[in-house]
Structures are given as structure tokens and as C-alpha cells.
Design a protein around this ligand. Structure first.
Ligand code: SAM
Ligand code: DTB
Ligand code: SF4
Length: 334
């Protein structure tokens, strides 16, 4: 069966998520092998272009101004500096460069103009450019698209029901609206969540349901394990169990066969065999470079060694979804 479905039901997803672990991994690995080249893993590099001092109250985030964390506030970087980082990432083998800003939303000002410049610059280097800047209007999404933006990251983080326990300064519907604006501008959608926020299994299932029943699946789905940061309300949250991570990745893979499922935050706490289990369960993308936005991540050297060991190769730029800009929205591949 080679069909992409957008009509998954909660009971169906529940059944998949609750499948005995090895059976679930086996099924996900099968789907992955059927739809994708399982040897190819996309390597993305993150750069925080504006750090800390954020007005939001996301309970997991070290960049929220209201929490006392060790993050140093930094205004928007110079374009030149950002392009230097992008070149380094490219030289290290990254094919996607993602710029993150600790903003609630984009405002139409000089800073946004500068981000548009950065997007143009990175795009002209032949890398896929991604941004994560908070909420966007339709107009702002179009401006980013015109500047050459390839993808936009905007996470749902958890279920609609659990959302207000994690964040009170914006709503789930506002998140969905931005995703819609991004989609309509013809930009590839990157949207996923975090586990370890004190949610129930039910919340994870509901979040996956929301993602898998969007009019079009996100082209990439980051699955983050909470990185507990000192000073945030979630600093003492329990460490995410590796098997929960595997279960989440496998379920995402089965529901959204063609999406890039990204094994995102949390890899510094995982061994290579544990990460291998995630790749087997369908993960086919990682963030590389020794820093995520503000927290540590494995080095390029360590990841290269892991790729060698596991027989993985970095995915070329623009290969994952070369038809993205050509196919009609709302139309499923088959
Ligand atoms: N401010 C923008 C926003 O919130 O959309 C963009 C940057 S924000 C830091 C990007 C994403 O990073 C969040 O949506 C969240 O999923 C993830 N994130 C932030 N802190 C994290 C943490 N401590 N552990 C895991 N993921 C985290
Ligand atoms: C995503 O889902 N994870 C990345 C990226 N998208 C922007 C961010 C992870 C941030 C982890 C905490 C930090 O480094 O500040
Ligand atoms: Fe701000 Fe984004 Fe962090 Fe929330 S996740 S506090 S919006 S930077």
C-alpha cells in the first residue's frame, strides 16, 4: 500500500502507538524502507541569530526573559556573521541551515529586513534555508518565500489540551494559523514537538493526530526530547525514556511515511546504539554542530563517526522534496 493518509483517527493512532515495542519498530522500519532511502539522513545546522529576552512563557525554554537562566541575551546578529556560520556549516557537510530567533512573532521592522537579507545570502550558498522566528502573518510568510526561504519551523510542541499547561502567552490556534500562512506561501513546513513536558501518552497521540491530519503533512517533523535547563519551570522534569522517543519516532514515521522525521534535541544524552534505534524506527534527519540554539549537541566529528559506523550518508540539499514547489497544495503523493 503506497498511500499517504490525512484522515487518521485517534483510535487508529492509539493502536499504532501502543503496539508492542519491537513490533512497532519493525512496522515503522518497513514503512521507512518502502518510502525512503533509509541510508540517507538529512543534516541540518541551527544558529540562534537572536538569543534570549523573549516575552513568552514557554515552560521549557531557557530564552524566556522571565526565567533566570544562564543564557546571555544577544540582539540580532549581523548578516555577515550569520553567513560566516552558514559557510562553516556547509563546509562541515550540512545541507540545511536553520536560523532561530527568540521572538514571539515577526514584526515588520529593520530586523525583519535583515533576516530577509540573511535568507537571500544562505539561499545563494546552495543550502536549504530554514527559519524559526515565531508567529508570522501571511504577508511576512510571502516575503520570506520571495527571499528564498525553503522551510519554516514552527512547533506545536504538545497536544491542544496540554498546551496551556506549558505556555500561556499564546494559543494553539495561533500556532496553526502561522502554519497555514507558511503553507499558503509555498514554503516547506517543519513542525513537531517535544516529549518530556509532563504530558500523558494521550497528549503525544493527540499531537501526532493533529500533525498527521493537517491538509498536507509537514515535510519535516522534529521530535525533541526536553533538554531540562536550570532556571526554567521544567528543570527538574524526569529524563525522557529512550523507548518513549523510539515509540514517538516510529509512530510519526508510520503516520507520515514521506516526512523527514528529525531526531532533534536530546541527543547528547543518548548513546550511539540508542540513536541507531531511532534511525531504525524511521528518523532520517538530525541537527548537527556542537550547539542547538543555546544547549549542547554532539560535534560534527562525533556525528561523522556515527554515520560511518551505521553506514549512513548525509542527504544532498533539495533532494528530500524536489517536487515541493511544483506539486499542488492539498494534493497527495502516491
Ligand atoms: N521563538 C520561536 C518559537 O517559539 O516558535 C522560535 C524559536 S523556539 C526556541 C523553537 C523551538 O525549540 C520551540 O518550539 C521548542 O519546540 C524547541 N525548544 C525550546 N527549548 C527547548 C528545550 N529546552 N528542549 C527541547 N526543545 C526546546
Ligand atoms: C526544533 O524542533 N528543535 C530545535 C529547532 N526546532 C529550532 C530547537 C531545539 C532547542 C533546544 C534548546 C536550546 O538549545 O535552546
Ligand atoms: Fe520565546 Fe520561542 Fe523560547 Fe517560547 S520557545 S520562550 S517563543 S524563544
Amino acid at each position: 500500500m503506497n498511500i499517504i493518509r490525512n484522515d487518521w483517527t485517534i483510535p487508529e493512532i492509539e493502536t499504532i502507538y501502543n503496539t508492542p515495542l519491537l513490533e512497532l519498530i519493525f512496522k515503522a522500519a518497513n514503512v521507512h524502507h518502502q518510502y525512503n532511502n533509509t541510508a540517507e539522513v538529512q543534516v541540518c545546522t541551527l544558529l540562534s541569530i537572536k538569543t534570549g529576552g523573549c516575552s513568552e512563557d514557554c515552560g521549557y525554554c531557557p530564552q524566556a526573559a522571565r526565567y533566570q537562566t544562564d543564557v546571555e541575551v544577544q540582539p540580532l546578529m549581523k548578516t555577515e556573521t550569520v553567513l560566516e556560520y552558514a559557510q562553516k556549516a556547509k563546509d562541515a557537510g550540512s545541507t540545511r541551515f536553520c536560523m532561530g530567533a527568540a521572538w514571539r512573532e515577526v514584526r515588520d521592522n529593520k530586523d525583519f529586513d535583515r533576516v530577509l537579507e540573511m535568507v537571500k545570502g544562505v539561499n545563494s550558498m546552495g543550502m536549504e534555508v530554514c527559519c524559526t522566528l515565531g508567529m508570522l502573518t501571511g504577508d511576512q510568510a510571502k516575503k520570506l518565500a520571495d527571499a528564498g526561504l525553503y522551510a519554516y519551523n514552527h512547533n506545536l510542541d504538545t497536544s491542544k489540551e496540554h498546551y496551556s499547561d506549558v505556555i500561556s502567552t499564546r494559543t494553539y490556534d495561533e500556532r496553526l494559523e502561522t502554519l497555514d500562512n507558511v503553507r499558503k506561501a509555498g514554503v516547506s513546513v517543519c513542525c513537531g514537538g517535544i516529549i518530556g513536558l509532563g504530558e500523558q501518552h494521550e497528549d503525544r497521540i493527540k499531537m501526532l493526530h493533529t500533525l498527521a491530519t493537517l491538509p498536507e503533512h509537514p515535510e519535516s517533523v522534529p521530535i525533541n526530547a526536553l533538554v531540562p535547563v536550570k532556571g526554567t519551570p521544567m528543570q527538574f522534569n524526569e529524563k525522557v525514556d529512550i523507548w518513549d522517543m523510539v515509540r514517538m519516532i516510529a509512530t510519526a514515521r508510520i503516520l507520515m511515511p514521506k516526512a523527514m522525521v528529525r531526531l532533534s534535541a536530546g541527543r547528547t544524552d543518548m548513546t550511539i546504539p540508542e540513536q541507531a534505534m531511532c534511525f531504525l524506527a524511521g528518523a532520517n534527519s538530525i541537527f548537527a554542530g556542537d550547539k542547538l540554539l543555546t544547549t549542547p549537541n554532539p560535534s560534527f566529528e562525533d556525528d561523522n563517526a556515527m554515520f560511518q559506523l551505521l553506514g549512513l550518508t548525509p542527504l544532498e540539499a533539495f533532494k528530500g522534496h524536489e517536487d515541493h514547489h511544483h506539486h499542488e497544495h492539498g494534493h497527495c503523493h502516491n
